[in-house]
Design a protein around this ligand. Structure first.
Ligand SMILES: [Zn+2]
Length: 91
């Protein structure tokens, strides 16, 4: 089973990475982040239901947009945003 978990997780990571690279994620100003119980709602990045993980992450933007992530997908989204924001403007 552990092997299947790993495969499912790797597949999810791949979809999340692709979605982030393609720029499909809304560019939101984060207002709040909290960890919530898993639900059947889909993760915004990989589209898998959120009950495949032990916890889900709920993000609200300042505009009131609600985004739900797997904890892993949220970590990747945060890292991706940080990388994007770190790009220096052309000299
Ligand atoms: Zn996900």
């Amino acid at each position: 089973m552990a092997d299947d978990d790993w495969r499912a997780r790797a597949s999810r990571m791949g979809r999340t990475t692709a979605r982030l690279r393609e720029g499909h994620m809304p560019d939101v100003q984060i207002w709040s982040i909290r960890v919530v119980r898993p639900t059947r709602d889909p993760c915004i990045t990989c589209s898998d239901p959120l009950d495949t993980s032990t916890e889900a992450v709920e993000v609200f933007s300042v505009d009131g947009v609600r985004l739900l992530f797997h904890a892993d997908c949220h970590d990747m989204w945060v890292a991706f945003r940080e990388r994007a924001n770190r790009h220096d403007p052309p000299a």
